[in-house]
Design a binder for this molecule. Structure first.
Ligand code: NIG
Ligand code: FE
Length: 409
């Protein structure tokens, strides 16, 4: 470290989440963190801090510092809402029935196509701000409610524009293969051709997506159709992610692992072979307890097996109008413990280190370590176990976004 840094935070405990440090949180008690520009330049026990001058010194008052939280799977740019569908599901209709009857995703497609970019921006902003208020500094946002070239581009541009006006990194994912649009009814292969030959190349040309996602499920696209989307994404040099095995076992996870996908998401119905394939390919699991809860599912993802195989387990909101209209990553941490059996430390890893893996950004984010981006949150708590346990009152005391002190929300 040079003799001068921009920001020095002292008198904090750091839950670094660095797996090379001992303990589930990679904790450094009584730590100091030095930042220059938007990077951490030094982190360690305060007594080992080299002599340094700083433009700004923050006294952490014995609070805990964590990496900025990462919500690695959202659909937060969309038109309208589906409160009516919520009521129908409470009355006994299933998500699949509503989807087959032209509701579900397609109802949001209608409202998203009808909305202007300004409307979409205005309705997405409070969702994004709710996440930011909780200490989220990176959000992935998917398209997938357009299902035509113009609306997919519109959604992705809005997602990029949200990042320009808020203290948050946004990564974008093209999910054009989310559902079959009504104008392609009975012609799923033709729609997949549109996705592969027109939508993805146009999205790539405008550099609007960092990854490509697809919904591989009996009510959406088959493994063969998704394989065509994967091949098209790879031709454009884009990594893939897959909504896989949420409602049934389909073989989607093995297909994703063969393609070295960044992540497979949902995965309630994966098998032992799927877990082995993920461990082999380094594909992360993204667990979405909010969708599980909203749909009142009963089958949980095989967390013990994923843990034993060393598969990184990320946790995300899946924030969307159908299966998780809940803009709270902290609640998802709590649900991942109560519903899926993660430990509080795994829950925090799930929204930091593992979430960075699921987005392919672990070289720059997800842990507190010299050289990585200084996205950090200071929490008024005595133990990092409180983050998954205590909701509502426990809010960030301070957020540092690329080393800049920002007001959360
Ligand atoms: O991740 N599974 C597909 N997509 C979303 C649901 C989208 C919707 O119902 O609008 C999900 O759960
Ligand atoms: Fe999703």
């Amino acid at each position: 470290m040079t003799e001068r840094c921009d920001l020095l935070i002292t008198n904090v405990h750091a839950a670094t989440m660095d797996p090379s440090l001992p303990g589930a949180y990679g904790a450094i008690e009584d730590a100091a963190v030095a930042v220059t520009g938007n990077r951490i330049v030094w982190i360690g026990p305060r007594r080992e801090l080299p002599e340094t001058a700083a433009d700004q010194i923050v006294d952490g008052e014995g609070q805990w510092l964590t990496p900025g939280l990462i919500d690695c799977h959202t659909h937060l740019v969309y038109g309208g809402h589906r409160a009516g569908e919520f009521a129908r599901r409470l009355g006994g209709e299933s998500y699949e029935d509503l989807a087959r009857a032209g509701g579900g995703i397609l109802s949001t497609v209608r409202s998203t196509r009808a909305a202007s970019a300004a409307d979409l921006y205005r309705s997405a902003e409070p969702r994004l701000k709710a996440l930011i208020r909780e200490g989220v500094t990176t959000v992935e946002i998917k398209s997938g409610y357009g299902l035509d070239l113009d609306t997919e581009l519109k959604q992705l541009r809005v997602a990029r524009r949200l990042a320009q006006h808020h203290p948050v990194n946004v990564t974008t994912t093209c999910l054009a293969a989310h559902a079959l649009p009504p104008e392609y009814d009975g012609r799923a292969d033709d729609y997949i051709a549109l996705v592969c030959d027109e939508i993805l190349p146009a999205v790539a040309k405008e550099q609007l997506a960092d990854a490509v996602d697809m919904f591989c499920e009996n009510i959406a696209f088959s493994v063969e159709q998704c394989q065509r989307v994967i091949d098209a994404a790879h031709r454009l040099d884009l990594p893939v992610k897959v909504h896989a095995e949420q409602l049934a076992s389909t073989g989607a996870t093995r297909m994703a692992a063969r393609a070295s996908a960044l992540s497979v998401d949902h995965i309630e119905y994966i098998t032992d072979e799927d877990v082995a394939a993920m461990a082999e390919s380094g594909t992360a699991a993204v667990l979405l307890p909010g969708a599980f809860y909203t749909l009142k599912e009963t089958r949980v993802p095989p967390v013990d097996k994923l843990r034993a195989a060393g598969v990184p387990m990320a946790i995300s909101t899946d924030l969307n109008p159908g299966t998780c209209p809940i803009a709270s990553l902290r609640l998802m941490m709590n649900m991942s413990c109560n519903l899926f059996g993660l430990t509080p430390a795994e829950a925090l890893a799930g929204v930091t280190r593992a979430a960075a893996r699921a987005l392919g950004i672990c070289c720059s984010r997800g842990v507190l370590r010299a050289g990585l981006r200084a996205d950090m949150v200071l929490w008024p708590m005595e133990s990092p176990d409180q983050l998954a346990y205590e909701l509502g009152a426990l809010q960030p005391a301070d957020v540092f976004f690329g080393g800049r002190h920002v007001t959360a929300g």
